[in-house]
Every structure is written in structure tokens, then in C-alpha cells.
Design a binder for this molecule. Structure first.
Ligand code: AMP
Ligand code: ZN
Length: 493
């Protein structure tokens, strides 16, 4: 397996510290509002990376923190006149439930910053003792100059940064690039006791502490969105390596930004769409398909057109599920498809599996992996529609293999096409069947059977008006009737 690491700026062979085990730390959300779909993209990317590594047989320990103390949380709490802890608890809960809705698996551990304050104080004390940090008026700062490798992750040069950037002058800092490890409490802010007085931790230190506490160093993979490379990850790296003398993380993976009109989606720009609002209108697999059709490191433009495309792609998969279910119900008594065609399907299954794995092994290229699955789905659909009239047991076996591969590989990407769910007909089918086929039950699937039976009887009686009414009624609900030698069936239009 090869993964691109921001630290080496190249694709490297993936070799975890301990054979068979992988530790992953991904920076979690700051909980002061609902997550937007940009945030969701990053969490989804790492969900898939983690699922894939598990599927490959690694034992994965996946830690994602929750930043539940931060300026933004405090500001929001002040605006709303309630405690910061209440704001954080509300949005942490909303975050977890939105992730569940998107089908993102829970991390192995989800530590909260406010539950690790003593350990943070411990690390800051170590940094002070080792000469990497200094105290100034109740604040503690990391001394960037004390860590010669500072800048190695983001590829920045300290001197260039100093001259180029107009870094705000702050007389408490010895160097304008120094950053806070501990902040003295301001009136009205949440605070904890420390050797330097009441205060609260800086943002960067929490990840250094929680990752090491939960996983030990070095981390195999440290991840987050590309916007975290500098300063957040640069600072995490400096703190952790300065405090421990040990490598912090072997591979640094950074996700590309989700954009709208070529601009990064962010709370501060105001161009954001909340994940919960998108999921209220679109199914989770559709959103996952949309996001996974791009490489996780590339920027991804989000648009309604893309959502529609992903919706159609998902319908194609649902259609396949219907078709394969249909195939199982066919009497397998025919002469069978020509052997070379059947063997081609079996070969396609093998090559789709190989291609899927090769693409994912190449820096988790979900776009290529999905293409392999869609190719197989297309081949299975064509085979089925070409040969259903002569279907035999071997044909069924070949399609069964195709189905298993599609379901398994999509499952690795967290996309589930439940066959039963895929066959759900909307409740409107009941009313339609009641109106034109005299159906008196309440089950949409039975109603569709009734409609097809009524249509078949109407055609036999040359009652074209009724036959057309069935076709048109179902068409309005998004379904198409296909006539096959085994009878009529309904598929998504
Ligand atoms: P935050 O709560 O702002 O720390 O963000 C949580 C995660 O979302 C971080 O990993 C960010 O890098 C990521 N993120 C923020 N905006 C975007 C975006 N537009 N596209 C992709 N990831 C993002
Ligand atoms: Zn972090």
C-alpha cells in the first residue's frame, strides 16, 4: 500500500509501527455549531480509510477528539447567555448523531479536551522544563525557535514567515511566531487551576496530549483537513516531538477542501450548507457517493448538479439490486447463456475486486475503486437482460458472485444497498392500486403485484386504456414496467 504523506510530500510505502496494527488520530470538530458538509467530507474520508484498513486485515485503533473548549464556543455561549459547557454538550451530541446519519462509524475512542486538562498541564510542564516553553503573565508559550525543525510539515521557513507575514505583535511573546500552550483566564471564561494560575489550554496542545494518551507514539496516521496543516498540525508536531524526543506521526494525511463555486466552504465565509440539512433531503449513500467520487486529497466542488448525478448513480446501484433479486426469482431451467459470456461475468468479478483493491492501495483512490464497482454492475445488468430468457443455474451462480462482490466492495466504502430496502415501493402505490385495480390492502409491494396482474388481465382482454393507466400511474411514481418472457416487472425509471 502506498499513501501520500504531507511530511515527505510524496507517496510512501505504508508500513505501520507494529505489523498488523494501525493507529490513527484525526482532529475532531470544535463544537460550537452544527457541522457543515465540508467538515463532513473530511470525517467521511477518514471513515473510509479506516474501514478499508480494517477490511485489509489491520487492527485499527481510531481516535477522534472533540474540542469542547475554545474561543468560538465561549463566544457563542456569551451571545446566548449560557455556560460554554452547555453549548459544547449540545453540539457534540448533534455532531455524533449527524455522523451516524451519514453512516460514519464511531471512533474507537472519542476523547474530550476538557477531560484531559491535567495531562495537558503535565505536557506543558515538561516543555517548560526542557526549555521549549516559557511563562508570561499567567500564559505559557511554545518557543518556536527552540525547535529547529519547526516548519518541516508545512514546508515553511521561520525566517520567511517572520518577514513575510504581518504577525501581530504581542509583548508577552518573545517571538511573534510563538503560540499559546496555556492561556490565563479572562473574566467570565471557563478556567482550570494550573501551576501558572487559573486558565485554559490552547487548541494545539489538546491533540498532542489526547493522541499520545490514547495511542502512544508514533501515531501511524495523523489526519485532518488540509486547512489544519498550518498552524495546527505544525504546532502539534513541534510540541509533541519537543516534549518526548520521539517521532510524532509516521504518515500525515490531509483531505482536500470541499468548495462551493471554487471557494472553500467555511463558517466564516458564510457559504456553508449544514450536513443535517443535506441529509434531510438526500439519502446518506447519495452523499457518500458524491464525496467518494473524488480523491480525498483533491478539492471537491459541491453543487446541486453533483448531487443529482450522485442520486442517479445510486439509482443505478438500486436497480442492480432489484435486477439481481429478480434473477434469483427466475426459473433457472433454460439452456443457459453462451459459456464465454457467463465466464466473462465471472472474470469481471475477479478483475473488479483486483481493481478495487489496487485503487484503494494507491493512496485510497475511492474514485477509481467506485469505477471498478460500477463497471461490474453494468456488466451484470447487461448479462442479465441479454440472457434472462434462457437463464440456467450456472448463470444464476455467476450473477450471485457479481452481487456479492458489489455488496461487499460498496460496504467497504460504507455504502449499503439493502436489497429489501431497494425494493421499497412508495405508499402512493397503494392508492394507485386501489383506484385502478380494486386493491384493498395496505402493502405497497402487494399493491404493485396487483397492478401488474390487472394490467396483464387488461391486455388479455384488449383493454388498452386500463393497461396504459397502470403504466402511466407507475411512471408518475418513477417506475417503468418491463415486459420479459417471464412476465412483467417493475424497475426504477
Ligand atoms: P473544525 O471544527 O473547524 O476544526 O473542522 C473540523 C474538520 O473539518 C477539520 O479536519 C477541518 O480541516 C475540516 N474542514 C473544515 N472545512 C472544510 C472544508 N471546506 N472541506 C473539507 N474539510 C473541511
Ligand atoms: Zn488536532
Amino acid at each position: 500500500m502506498r499513501v501520500y504523506s504531507t511530511l515527505s510530500k510524496s507517496k510512501e510505502e505504508f508500513i505501520p509501527t507494529e505489523a498488523g496494527r494501525v493507529s490513527i488520530y484525526v482532529c475532531g470538530p470544535t463544537v460550537y455549531g452544527h457541522v457543515h458538509i465540508g467538515n463532513a467530507r473530511t470525517f467521511l474520508s477518514f471513515d473510509v480509510i479506516r474501514r478499508y484498513l480494517s477490511w485489509k486485515g489491520f487492527e485499527v485503533a481510531y481516535v477522534q477528539n472533540i474540542t469542547d473548549i475554545d474561543d468560538k464556543i465561549i463566544n457563542r455561549a456569551n451571545e446566548e447567555g449560557r455556560p460554554a459547557s452547555e453549548v459544547a454538550a449540545e453540539y457534540a451530541e448533534a455532531f455524533v448523531s449527524a455522523m451516524h446519519q451519514l453512516g460514519v462509524e464511531d471512533p474507537t475512542v472519542r476523547p474530550r479536551a476538557t477531560e484531559a486538562i491535567p495531562q495537558m498541564i503535565g505536557m506543558i510542564e515538561r516543555l517548560v522544563a526542557r526549555g521549549h516553553a516559557y511563562v508570561a503573565h499567567g500564559d505559557v508559550y511554545f518557543s518556536v525557535r527552540s525547535f529547529p525543525a519547526y516548519g518541516k510539515l508545512s514546508g515553511r521557513d521561520i525566517d520567511e514567515m517572520r518577514s513575510g507575514a504581518r504577525v501581530a505583535l504581542d509583548e508577552r511573546k518573545k517571538d511573534p511566531l510563538d503560540f499559546a500552550l496555556w492561556k490565563a483566564a479572562k473574566p467570565g471564561e471557563p478556567h482550570w487551576p494550573s501551576p501558572w494560575g487559573e486558565g485554559r489550554p490552547g487548541w494545539h496542545i489538546e491533540c498532542s496530549v489526547m493522541s499520545e494518551d490514547e495511542l502512544g507514539l508514533p501515531l501511524d496516521i495523523h489526519g485532518g483537513g488540509a486547512d489544519l496543516v498550518f498552524p495546527h498540525h505544525e504546532n502539534e508536531l513541534a510540541q509533541s516531538e519537543a516534549a518526548t524526543g520521539v517521532q510524532f506521526a509516521r504518515y500525515w494525511l490531509h483531505g482536500g477542501m470541499l468548495q462551493i463555486d471554487a471557494e472553500k466552504m467555511s463558517k466564516s465565509l458564510g457559504n456553508f450548507l449544514l450536513l443535517k440539512d443535506i441529509l434531510a433531503k438526500h439519502e446518506a449513500p447519495v452523499v457518500r457517493l458524491l464525496m467518494l467520487q473524488a480523491h480525498y486529497r483533491s478539492p471537491l466542488d459541491f453543487s446541486d448538479a453533483r448531487l443529482d448525478e450522485a442520486g442517479h448513480a445510486y439509482q443505478r446501484l438500486e436497480n442492480l439490486a432489484r435486477n439481481l433479486r429478480w434473477a434469483r426469482s427466475l426459473p433457472a431451467e433454460g439452456a443457459g447463456a453462451p459459456a464465454p459470456e457467463r465466464e466473462a461475468v465471472v472474470a469481471q468479478v475477479r478483475s473488479a475486486r483486483e481493481k478495487f483493491e489496487a485503487e484503494m492501495d494507491d493512496d485510497f483512490n475511492t474514485a477509481g475503486a467506485l469505477a471498478a464497482v460500477f463497471e461490474l454492475a453494468r456488466a451484470a445488468n447487461v448479462f442479465l437482460s441479454d440472457h434472462q430468457s434462457v437463464f440456467c443455474a450456472d448463470d444464476r451462480e455467476a450473477l450471485g458472485q457479481a452481487k456479492e462482490a458489489v455488496v461487499e466492495l460498496l460496504g467497504v466504502l460504507g455504502i449499503h444497498i439493502a436489497e429489501e430496502a431497494a425494493l421499497d415501493y412508495p405508499p402512493e402505490c397503494v392508492a394507485l392500486a386501489a383506484r385502478i385495480a380494486g386493491y384493498s390492502g395496505h402493502d405497497p409491494a402487494a399493491a404493485v403485484d396487483e397492478l401488474l396482474a390487472a394490467r396483464s388481465a387488461a391486455r388479455a382482454a384488449r383493454d388498452w386504456e386500463l393497461a396504459d393507466a397502470v403504466r402511466n400511474g407507475l411512471s408518475e411514481l418513477g417506475f417503468v414496467i418491463e415486459d420479459t418472457p417471464q412476465g412483467a416487472r417493475v424497475v426504477f425509471g
